[in-house]
Design a protein around this ligand. Sequence first.
Ligand SMILES: Nc1nc2c(ncn2[C@@H]2O[C@H](COP(=O)(O)OP(=O)(O)OP(=O)(O)O)[C@@H](O)[C@H]2O)c(=O)[nH]1
Ligand SMILES: [Mg+2]
Ligand SMILES: [Zn+2]
Length: 302
Amino acid sequence: MTDKGIVIRGHGKSFTVRCNGRDIPCEIRGRLKYGTAQITPVAVGDDVEILLGADGSGVIEKVAERRTMFSRPAKTSDTKRQVIAANISQLGIIVSSQNPPLKPGLIDRFIIAAEMGDLKPIIIVNKSDLGRPEIADELEKAYSKINVPIIFVSAETGESFDELRKILKDERTIFAGHSGVGKSTILNRLVPGLNIKVKEVSKYSDKGVHTTSAIEMYEIPGGGFVVDSPGIKILRLWELKQEDLPYYYKEMEEYLDQCRFTGCSHTHEPDCVIKDAVDKGLIPKFRYENYVTIYNSLGEIN
Ligand SMILES: Nc1nc2c(ncn2[C@@H]2O[C@H](COP(=O)(O)OP(=O)(O)OP(=O)(O)O)[C@@H](O)[C@H]2O)c(=O)[nH]1
Ligand SMILES: [Mg+2]
Ligand SMILES: [Zn+2]
């Protein structure tokens, strides 16, 4: 007889499954696969069936079909997909207004990754107590135009946390972003008594030793689940082809068939309608600059 549960924590090959209100340490049945051998068999957020042992630990025997997958290439291989979390509905893109400074490039990569994984992106700018970033107005305008919500919060003071709770309610959200932006601190404020370990930003080395190393899902009082994940330095969009990139830029959509050359990359060609729209202020310049950077980086991997 197996019991049904949901994976709430993953660290290497060890998992915790919440099953009938109890948290059970589990391992995976050795031969268990999800589809092909290229995909992580068990991830946080998975609905699973476990076999309970006499010692109170369990073995994950079966994984239900996933509604969504948020993944990145595994460190060891270009073809393997590391599923960071399954069955997530929303990607919380966390940046900070300062310390570390706000870099919109990562936001755009995450928005693309969210769409590729069927997740709804939301941008959360943390550390508002340290001041409003200079580009805040520009960001608000650009992202509201493509219907990506952006809110400014402070985990330090609790600013805009009521609004944040509303956005997280009834959703399963994964927090992602650079190390030190305050993902774990936001969760600590959302869940009283949680106390995830956080570290002073000054103690972060450039080599990126992250404070959070496990992937773990927490229930928010009032509704919703949030997955905390370790900070990342850069998000490689390894499954994306250069020629598909424009379709992930909603503000470019209406211009795409108007370029003089079919197959225009909109990066360097003359008489490009997209470049023209940028010059006229119809497409936000920083979004276009990120497009060019991402386009060129895709050329390096594919
Ligand atoms: N001033 C200010 N500091 C904050 C705020 N939120 C977090 N911090 C500080 O930022 C530092 C890093 O916070 P963490 O929560 O560990 O960051 P993280 O994103 O979880 O980092 P990783 O786990 O390494 O990915 C800590 O010193 C926090 O106290 C905020 O709203 N305002
Ligand atoms: Mg953390
Ligand atoms: Zn063009």
